[in-house]
Design a protein around this ligand. Structure first.
Ligand code: G3P
Ligand code: CA
Length: 343
């Protein structure tokens, strides 16, 4: 009985397809989102960056391929490095204080990006039948897919966009990601607050959405403050050295402050389950501040499971549900929906 779980308002928790069903398809492709919805995801998550001509596309970072000094691809989400005609776009930039050599979305028009194909992020994972088959989708195409799947399945699904590096996008690409996001949602008439959560790591970006951008467009959508890893070892290479910053976002006073502009908080899952595998007081403290709690990222691969769960991703999800989370981000929404279905 999902409604018996200690969620904020006694409602059933949601399963969010993180970058789509990215554990089984290349992340942020329409195919990954379609599979996530078929698997039972309640929401799908597009991370958003801006093209050279000002269109929001679903990619995890502005950079779509990171290369070393010899040109070897270290990480990529599209096959750009294998395209000699784009060689002149290889550049070095600073992203959140980190120097990155690679290819950046903001240096390509949408038409150019549409000639690329999504690939599995790590070279070691490449070569599956679906690898290299799918385009980079725009946010509008993601919304169209959601509508199409709703017509096919009879089930309403929401979207959970993340504005990626909005300060960088403002300064480097000269586009306001959050303004483009709201403009696109309005244009596509996808502004039902029950079907959209907007998430960001950047506090100023969320406050700008709440105080200026959304009122300017006449919409009011729920916002979610992301909070990164409490561990010294960075979960995300862009978050290196951010431990104190994120600790400061999780005190009771900080949670009350977040509740002045956001409806929820999206913590790395270690905030919910500690290094010894015990449930922490985080969910109760966030709920006391009136915040929904949507932790990330639940994955089936052993290497990403918290201590104590090396062989049991379903048990890790069950512990989160029993802790009272209001939803969770997972690369394997089929597993999330299966575990949620056990209550
Ligand atoms: O948005 C929740 C989670 O996705 C944050 O991490 O790096 O996967 O976008 P990331
Ligand atoms: Ca994300």
């Amino acid at each position: 009985n999902l409604a018996g779980l200690p969620t904020l308002r006694g409602q059933a928790p949601i399963v969010i397809g993180h970058r789509g069903s990215s554990g089984t398809r290349p992340e942020h492709t329409l195919e990954a989102y379609r599979v996530a919805i078929e698997a039972g995801a309640d929401f799908i998550e597009p991370d958003l960056v801006v093209t050279k001509d000002g269109v929001l596309v679903a990619r995890h970072e502005p950079v779509i391929a990171v290369v070393d000094k010899d040109g070897k691809v270290l990480e990529a989400t599209a096959d750009v490095a294998a395209r000699p005609e784009f060689g002149d776009r290889l550049t070095t930039k600073t992203l959140d204080g980190v120097t990155v050599r690679g290819y950046f979305v903001e240096d390509f028009t949408l038409a150019e990006l549409k000639t690329l194909r999504a690939v599995e992020r790590l070279p070691a994972l490449r070569g599956k039948a679906y690898d290299g088959q799918f385009e980079i989708p725009t946010l509008s195409e993601v919304i169209a897919l959601v509508r199409d799947m709703e017509a096919k399945t009879g089930r309403k699904v929401g979207i959970y966009p993340e504005t990626k590096h909005p300060v960088y996008m403002n300064e480097v690409a000269k586009f306001n990601t959050s303004q483009l996001l709201i403009d696109t949602l309005v244009k596509e008439k996808f502004t039902d607050p029950a079907r959209v959560f907007i998430q960001s790591f950047e506090v100023g970006n969320l406050k700008d959405l709440k105080q200026n951008i959304m009122p300017g467009a006449g919409v009011n959508l729920p916002l979610v403050q992301l909070v990164s890893s409490p561990d010294e070892a960075p979960y995300d290479w862009t978050a290196a050295g951010d431990k104190r910053k994120y600790d400061a976002l999780t005190t009771d006073a900080a949670l009350r402050e977040i509740a002045t502009y956001a409806s929820g908080v999206g913590p790395y899952k270690r905030w919910i389950i500690d290094a010894e595998g015990r449930t922490t007081d985080f969910v109760a403290r966030a709920h006391a501040a009136g915040l929904l709690v949507h932790p990330w990222t639940f994955r089936n691969e052993a290497t990403y499971l918290l201590p104590g769960y090396r062989n049991d991703p379903e048990a890790e999800m069950r512990q989160a549900f029993q802790a009272g989370v209001d939803g969770l981000f997972t690369d394997f929404p089929a597993t999330g929906a299966k575990v949620a279905g056990q209550y």
